[in-house]
Design a protein around this ligand. Structure first.
Ligand SMILES: Nc1nc2c(ncn2[C@@H]2O[C@H](COP(=O)(O)OP(=O)(O)O)[C@@H](O)[C@H]2O)c(=O)[nH]1
Ligand SMILES: [Mg+2]
Length: 356
């Protein structure tokens, strides 16, 4: 009498097994599907340490802005929207010092941006305007220096103190800004930076897959008028930090000023290289390492550097990367970015699509 009792069991097995099998198939299909860019990244499994779900990195485009330069900022943002192909709609963070604080000011600006880019963006799944964030930063003159121009007598009085705050912000403070705590990479633009043609790859992806800490377009020099004391400051630091001296000596790109045949060279007259860092991509956590933090603290403890001598973020970015990174392994010259910024000359290199 096994048969009659078997029939309902088969029916039961069928009612349980068929939906279960269907469920299994749907799950298999669901998890084997990746949106195109994730599938691309997954081919690079050897570079990826985490196999947990979720993004492999996060990124943001950052600007330091002021309302008085809103027009050039609109043009720059429109060029980001049109020409920077990012796989994910990363936030566009506009750091400001209070002039963009009021909601009507922000709304007006976003309305102008919408008009400028001609309606909603069709380049990403999130409307470009909805990616824009305003983040306020506070600029206070540090202790230990006179707080008036007359007493301090800075070498570049006409731009004091705004430009000097800007240099201190980009040279040291930005890495520790709370908004960027969970951001892996930032791409910096100036309000006077422009992309002028479409880029043929996602630069964050290149940075990530190549495991770079710093991405740049070109290298120039800063004028000796605004680097007074900087060579000696770096030299003294290297003298008291043998690992920094070792790193600098190992770099093929680092050159201390050399003495001339007819006497000592005045180091204050020797230009220091600087990245054209009005465009740069930075892997933030790499710049938060304790040894780099110690160097930043040392810089901040000598406030005359930024506020009197107007040491720039460009030569300081150059010095910092040379002091703490292996230039060949950790930095990437990003090719093929057709980009404009006043007074920068960047030698062009070909845009090669990146197939990760
Ligand atoms: N809020 C604010 N932003 C500034 C100030 N000075 C410069 N910036 C911003 O900092 C960035 C670099 O300044 P910029 O004048 O382009 O410097 P340059 O590229 O060295 O000539 C730009 O995005 C500016 O808008 C300032 O005084 N206040
Ligand atoms: Mg600029």
């Amino acid at each position: 009498m096994a048969i009659p009792s078997l029939a309902p069991r088969c029916a039961l097995t069928r009612t349980v097994a068929v939906p279960f099998a269907l469920l299994f198939i749907s799950f298999t299909l669901l998890f084997s599907y990746h949106p195109p860019f994730k599938a691309t990244l997954s081919k690079f499994a050897p570079f990826i340490t985490s196999h947990t779900a979720g993004p492999l990195y996060t990124a943001a485009v950052v600007y330091l802005v002021r309302l008085s330069h809103a027009d050039e900022l609109l043009k720059s943002l429109a060029s980001v929207n049109a020409y920077l192909p990012l796989h994910d709609p990363w936030p566009i963070i506009l750091f400001h010092t209070g002039d963009f604080d009021d909601t009507p000011v922000q709304d007006d600006f976003l309305a102008s941006l919408r008009e400028k880019i001609g309606g909603p963006s069709n380049n990403s799944e999130l409307d470009f305007i909805d990616r824009v964030e305003f983040v306020k930063i506070d600029w206070v003159l540090p202790e230990g220096i006179p707080h008036t121009k007359e007493e301090l007598d800075p070498v570049s009085p006409s731009s004091w103190p705004g430009y000097h705050h800007m240099c201190a912000f980009y040279a040291t403070k930005i890495f520790f800004n709370p908004r960027l705590r969970d951001v892996t990479y930032y791409l910096r633009m100036d309000t006077d930076s422009l992309f002028i043609e479409p880029l043929c790859y996602d630069p964050f992806e290149v940075m990530h897959v190549h495991q770079r800490s710093y991405g740049y377009l070109g290298i120039g020099n800063d004028a000796p008028q605004v680097t007074k004391g900087l060579w000696h400051f770096i030299r003294d630091y290297a003298d008291s930090h043998p690992e920094v001296a070792l790193q600098l000596n190992a770099s093929k790109m680092w050159e201390w000023p050399s003495n001339s045949t007819n006497g000592d060279v005045d180091w204050d007259e020797v230009p220091i290289h600087g990245y054209y860092n009005n465009f740069e991509i930075v892997k933030l956590e790499e710049f938060r390492k304790p040894e780099i933090k110690e160097w930043f603290d040392h810089l901040v403890q000598y406030p005359e550097g930024f506020y009197k001598w107007r040491w720039g973020d460009a030569p300081l970015r150059w010095a910092t990367t040379q002091m703490f990174f292996d230039m060949e392994r950790d930095t990437e010259r990003l090719c093929g970015i057709r980009y404009y910024h006043p007074y920068n000359y960047v030698e062009q290199c070909e845009c090669v699509p990146f197939h990760a």
